[in-house]
Design a protein around this ligand. Sequence first.
Ligand code: SAH
Ligand code: SF4
Ligand code: F3S
Length: 554
Amino acid sequence: MSPRQLPVVEFGAPVSAVPRGTPAADTPGDSRLVEFRPETRVLPAFFVWTLGCQMNRSDSEEMAGRLLASGCAEAPSMETADLVVINTCAIREAAENKVIGRQGVLARLKTANPGMRVVLTGCSVRTSNRAGLAKRYPAVDLFLRPDEEPELIDRLGLASAQAPVGALAMTAATTLVKGAEVSDASHLVRARADAIAGGAVSRGSAISAWLPIIYGCDKTCTYCIVPFSRGPERSRPFDEIVAEARALAAAGYREVTLLGQNVNSYGHDLAPEPRFAHVQTQRTVGRAQDRTERPDLAELVRAVDAIRTGDGAPAIPRLRFVTSHPWDLSDRLIEAMAACPSLCEALHLPVQSGSDAMLRRMGRQYTISHYLERLARIRDAVPGIALSTDIITGFCGETDEEYADTIRLLETVRYDQVFAAAYSERPGTPATHLADDVPADVKRRRLVDLLAVQEGIGLERNRAWLGQTANVLLDTVVPLRAHSHDDEDADEEAAGTTASRDAFAHLPEGMAHLLGRSRESKLVHVAAPPALLGTEVNVLIEHAGPYALRGRLA
Ligand code: SAH
Ligand code: SF4
Ligand code: F3S
């Protein structure tokens, strides 16, 4: 069966639907009006459940946008939806288990609502594992690879002349990644352009926006599923990105995050142009790459920063990018970071391990000394910059000494934030040829110990803010606790929300408990009038925890 003939989801006639062409009770009985009568078929109410990284969140905004543009309404919950779209993450087994664990609940919802359909997309759907998906996810009706998401509307039979936002038959080409067949994914760039032109991106926030600039990943990290689920790197055209940023500025967005698995390699796959003749970046580590006369991230950041208001201030006051791979972190980018006032003083630079031997097994293509040299240069260029990283504990063959190297690295660099996880073997990745030989309890203990070390460092970094003023973009009103939920409790504990809630228990009239991020990406709790939501305020920091700050309006 070719992909085009995948079972198309049919929506059974909803009970409340009025058959097409039947005059509704309140329409005048003029037969000449029949053909002008609006469509009376009831469209499904959808709910998108998004797991994983910012890329998935951005993709979900596009899927929700396409569904809204085709006339569907958004349901407030999975329980009330007729169409559930699950945007999965496959980075670790635990992320996949969350979705597998919900199959029973979904099956029960389908029994109660026989018209309900479930679509599963995101990184758990790959060409190589397609055959086994129906068994793993028995409640799912339709599986779409990440690059097939633009087809969602067509596959569901929801496309209409009013909303040409589907994109059937764009995804035929495939390519090989380490012998595995993956989508060529070059159509994603056009699909995004269509979605933007058709107004089919439903952004989750009116304050901060995601802006995808490059899809896929060409790197060689042996543990990682992303190159297999997302395909090769595909950069969006330079002018389209700048135009989208300009539209976001005009719509009043205060913060834009340029997105990609590796934003630092932006542009290498675009055609050379004379206007980029001055771009001559050479990689100093990793596979060689010809970047001559092609735009790079530095060029892009400068162009977005150059979008100014009448008084010369950056029209988007806060610009960020994520994620950066150390092998593409050029001097040109560091210079742009120092030169552009809108670029926030925060950088996420995943290191994964503090041991060179381990980095080699991981296929990361840089050494710790290269990584530290880059950090020194960045700290020099952008004083006070906050640094964060990703770490994997217990990767194949990790010795006590290699683990100790990682702890030593954390103590040397003193990151503001560390995202760490125990290694989880992913099917089809090169690391499956290595022995996953660190026992689960050792991986776990190393993770817990590492996080404990980092908690002390994070607290110390945050305490340096006491008595200082942070510029905070307020984006959340923290509700009074209405109910208790274990997961939420854990998240809130980490964000310092529980403690702050107590501190803000007796607020004066007209004040609310608001939350936002500083330019350095610190979570900051503050009591402020809710009308300040969406604005940048100065907060005098009075309390520091390991994961968040608290203060009062300065
Ligand atoms: N493209 C980004 C990160 C993508 S995944 C980058 O390279 O920086 C986010 C993080 O998940 C990675 O940085 C890594 O620390 C972690 N990760 C990826 N694969 C993993 C695996 N198999 N087991 C555990 N953690 C993993
Ligand atoms: Fe995965 Fe490495 Fe690509 Fe990041 S750079 S997405 S860790 S392969
Ligand atoms: Fe997960 Fe895919 Fe992102 S595997 S981390 S959702 S790119």
